[in-house]
Design a protein around this ligand. Structure first.
Ligand SMILES: Nc1ncnc2c1ncn2[C@@H]1O[C@H](COP(=O)(O)OP(=O)(O)O)[C@@H](O)[C@H]1O
Ligand SMILES: [Mg+2]
Length: 458
């Protein structure tokens, strides 16, 4: 008898657990940073999240002379983290041979200090993780972590294994199985490919005809194993009266050389659609809910183990916390940490994954008594419109700053410096600080919309 997809994934989780123990025994802190033998930090993907980690190496250590050599890959010339890295390469990171060759070239000996950060999902994750499992490369957090987190089915099985709260869900690999799950849960349901991000291939089915169409749609848009989906009970109250949060957790060495788990303050976010739109610190959830969010995230981090950041996405609705998905890396909603905490999530990923210490106070608020809200600055047009890329001609920093000044808005602007845009592309972040959350959200949105009108393409 062949094993079912569920059995295979449960077995994989067991393997991951066994591997973790062995992997952690091999992890050692870096005691000395030396320009003669620098630790190598490879970011596979160099968007804004890669940029946050790489600039931290420059800010905190002066880069190479401070003992950290940064390397970054992405698929196009002119990507945000390119110019801050000590070395960069442009190629298709879904090409496993090319990716492995580049990693091995920059880290010839996996016994030398290094860390590999998978910044995005659109890379040959399996190939990189195999390098970790078979050749001893230090993929953050463990070589199994990114594989568990990129697979919704495996993530849900992990939640259940750990007894964590989550929405009701079912695995399906045919239209009949989708229909059966929808009957069990009642409409509405949400149908998601096993491997996707940004809502690609996902359907919220309100009617039975939508359930019928959802499976084909998911299969058409899926990445990787296209015939598998997850069906979930849809929580209609989430967008109306609930809220979403990301519990960032970091596994790192403490000053005694022990691996420990530390928690960031809970980040709250809301979104009109499926993708990141605005996030803030501190979150407005009651204490009991915050405690539950932490408890779940802590169990996940300890189960997967290793060194690095875990971003656990959670829903809070009608007094309940549901775990949704996990990214084994920094998270777009967490970019607000850059303005609000002593250490941002990019710096924390760099330090923790390399085996450098993080102190308790590092994750405390640097800015107190205000809410800090980050709002995306998007290129015009909707993401699903036909793909037309336009180069950036210029952008009006002065005009945005004058607007902020005239309005008396305290805040900031992070322009990512992407050379071109397609409809809906994330070009930057607008940030506002205010004692009142609603006011801070309004201001961040106003700055963002003002900035959007000041980027000129063509
Ligand atoms: N079961 C659900 N009930 C209500 N809303 C949901 C549910 N699942 C997802 N969503 C909404 O869709 C968004 C994207 O879903 P998610 O599972 O996080 O996929 P992605 O990989 O695209 O981020 C969530 O942030 C949330 O707003
Ligand atoms: Mg998500």
């Amino acid at each position: 008898m062949t094993e079912s997809p569920t059995e295979a994934r449960l077995k994989f989780l067991e393997e991951a657990e066994a591997f973790k123990a062995e992997f952690e025994r091999r992890l050692t802190p870096i005691e000395h940073l030396s320009p003669r033998n620098p630790a190598v930090f490879v970011s596979v993907g160099g968007g804004e999240l890669g940029d946050l980690a790489l600039t931290a190496a420059k800010r905190m250590f002066g880069g190479l002379n401070g003992g950290v050599r940064t390397v970054v890959f992405d698929r196009y010339e002119g990507f945000p983290a390119q110019d801050v890295a000590d070395a960069y390469e442009v190629f298709d990171m879904l090409n496993g041979d090319r990716l492995e060759e580049a990693i091995r070239r920059h880290i010839p000996d996996p016994n030398e200090p290094h860390a590999i950060y998978l910044e995005i999902e659109r890379v040959d994750t399996l190939r990189v993780c195999k390098l970790g499992i078979e050749a001893g490369y230090r993929v953050a957090s463990t070589p199994y972590g990114p594989l568990i987190c990129m697979d919704r089915h495996m993530t849900k099985l992990m939640f259940d294994k750990l007894g964590l709260p989550r929405v009701e869900w079912a695995y399906a690999s045919s239209p009949e199985e989708v229909k059966k799950a929808a009957r069990d849960f009642n409409l509405p349901v949400i149908i998601k490919p096993i491997m996707t991000s940004s809502g690609h291939g996902t359907t919220i089915a309100q009617t039975w005809s939508e359930v019928e169409a959802a499976y084909d749609y998911a299969v058409k848009h899926a990445r990787g194993k296209g015939s598998e989906v997850v069906v979930e009970r849809f929580l209609p109250q989430l967008k109306k009266e609930g809220t979403e949060v990301t519990q960032l957790v970091v596994r790192h060495f403490n000053t005694e050389g022990k691996i420990v788990t530390s928690f960031f303050p809970l980040v709250e976010h809301q979104r009109p659609g499926a993708t990141y739109h605005e996030s803030w610190l501190p979150a407005s959830l009651p204490e009991e809910a915050v405690r539950k969010c932490r408890e779940s995230a802590g169990k996940i981090a300890e189960f997967i183990g290793g060194l690095g950041i875990f971003a656990v996405e959670q829903f809070y609705v009608e007094g309940k916390v549901y775990n949704n998905e996990v990214a084994n890396r920094p998270h777009d909603t967490g970019m607000i940490t850059r303005w609000m905490l002593n250490l941002d999530e990019g710096a924390a990923q760099l330090l923790s994954s390399l085996g450098l210490p993080i102190l308790e106070g590092d994750l405390e608020y640097a800015r107190k008594g205000v809410y800090g809200v980050a709002h995306v600055i998007l290129a015009p047009g909707r993401e699903d419109q036909s793909y037309r890329e336009a180069p950036v001609k210029f952008w009006g920093l002065w005009e945005v700053k004058r607007f902020m000044e005239a309005k008396g808005y305290r805040g900031d602007l992070w322009y990512f410096g992407k050379p071109a845009a397609y409809p809906g592309r994330r070009m930057g972040l607008a940030v506002a600080f205010h004692e009142d959350l609603a006011e801070a959200r309004k201001r961040a949105e106003e700055i963002a919309h003002h900035a959007e009108a000041k980027i000129f393409y063509g």
